[in-house]
Design a protein. Structure first.
Length: 113
């Protein structure tokens, strides 16, 4: 029920925006994790329904999470990208009331040096 998109190849210093759309569910919390080859999954950013955000230390000041409630879509704006940001990015959404977690399929971001 989550569809992530927006990944691709970008040069270091560039920008990308990821999108994550939810169908049929109302969302309490959105978030993004990423996993690089041979690495553990890492928190990127989260946002609660009241707008409270949280970012991983490695992306603070460069990435911004946002949401469009009407479209039931979350976004991850990534700027000043670095080669170490290369990873598969996964979005998740936690449903209101049930608190059930949904995961998107992952979208690959590759940053070339």
């Amino acid at each position: 029920q989550l569809q992530a998109s927006g990944g691709g190849l970008v040069q270091a210093g560039g920008s990308l925006r990821l999108s994550c759309g939810a169908s049929g569910i109302s969302i309490y919390e959105w978030g993004w994790y990423r996993q690089a080859p041979g690495q553990q999954r890492e928190l990127v950013a989260t946002q609660l329904s009241d707008g409270t955000t949280n970012y991983g230390n490695s992306v603070k000041g460069r990435f911004t999470i946002s949401r469009d409630e009407a479209k039931r879509t979350a976004y991850l704006q990534m700027s000043s990208l670095k080669p170490e940001d290369t990873a598969v990015y996964y979005c998740y959404a936690q449903q209101i009331i049930t608190m059930k977690l949904y995961w998107g399929q992952g979208t690959l971001v590759t940053v070339s040096s």
